[in-house]
Design a protein around this ligand. Structure first.
Ligand code: G1P
Length: 296
């Protein structure tokens, strides 16, 4: 079965990026010319999703506004013949895609945010995308790759990548001892273990395709790491009931929840941009030269 619904938990406070995130949600921070959320949305649409569920809070009007029709702006652009720009704002969401907004009244954790989407998702497998994790790929996007695997096998699928052992405390970590190609059956999953306790160094990246049975499990999942209701803990309880595969996607992931990750993504997308690439490379080179930054 092909997934049709994608859930975007976007209710986080984004305190790492204060003061910028005092008024601008972190999902609206731009990489070159598009906000982070747009990259995740495009990836979901490419994977075949036509219902996008944004789990927001009352401070995140900017996300809903962004996906709404901007009548005045469209009229102005039309009058002044700026057709290219008009297309850009019209194509934020293609006509066949609908956006649904659900409120997470309290910040009780990622698991709780996903549970808030239950009334919209219903009883079919669905995707979860964390827009902080930006995945750059020349070919097919990460979620489309995962959706193909889910469709072929009927498994739930979780994106993973190898990290340094010292970093396990920042991720969900899976134990998937045998891989065949890009996928390996998950035998255990644990949220943010200390390096010494981590079952492996295979870390969860923010892309999931989940069996809807996860909702029933989330309803009874107690608070876990960081005092929050963790999606990872509900997935751990799904393992005895359903096949869940770790998937090593093809692509590069940038952790845009950190300053360095956001900078890295900006540099990479600028260098990959069809018009900006050469001038951006030149500008970076002169900045390095002028600032006296040398290789270490
Ligand atoms: C969340 C998940 C974690 C996952 C990570 C990926 O953590 O809880 O399992 O590895 O996203 O970005 P967060 O980064 O929201 O603390």
């Amino acid at each position: 079965m092909r997934i049709r619904t994608a859930v975007f938990p976007v209710a986080g406070l984004g305190t790492r990026f204060l003061p910028a995130t005092k008024t601008v949600p972190k999902e609206m921070l731009p990489i070159v010319d598009r906000p982070l959320i747009q990259y995740a949305v495009d990836e979901a649409i490419e994977a075949g999703c036509d219902t996008l569920v944004f789990v927001t809070n009352r401070y995140k009007h900017a996300v809903a506004d962004y996906f709404d029709k901007a009548y005045e702006l469209e009229q102005k652009l039309e009058k002044s013949g700026k057709h290219e720009q008009l297309e850009l704002i019209r194509n934020v969401l293609p006509a066949h895609v609908r956006a649904v907004f659900v409120t997470q009244a309290e910040a009780l954790g990622l698991g709780h945010a996903v549970l808030c989407a239950k009334p919209v998702v219903g009883d079919a497998p669905f995707a979860v995308l964390l827009p902080d994790d930006l995945i750059w790929s020349r070919g097919q996007g990460a979620l489309a790759q995962m959706a193909n695997h889910a469709e072929a096998t009927g498994s739930s699928v979780i994106a993973v990548q190898d990290v340094a052992r010292a970093q396990t405390g920042s991720y969900g970590i899976v134990d998937a001892p045998t891989f065949s190609g890009r996928a390996g059956r998950i035998e255990a999953i644990v949220e943010k273990p200390k390096p010494a306790d981590a079952p492996s160094t295979l870390a969860v990246v923010g892309r999931y395709i989940l069996d809807p049975r996860i909702f029933g499990l989330l309803e009874t999942t107690q608070t876990g790491a960081g005092g929050e209701i963790q999606l990872t803990d509900a997935i751990a309880r799904l393992l005895p009931e359903a096949a869940v595969d770790a998937f090593r996607f093809h692509g590069t992931r940038f952790d845009c929840g950190t300053h360095l990750g956001l900078i890295e993504a900006t540099v990479r997308y600028a260098l990959d941009h069809e018009i900006l690439s050469a001038p951006a490379a030149q500008m970076m080179q002169s900045a390095l030269d002028e600032m006296g930054v040398t290789e270490t």
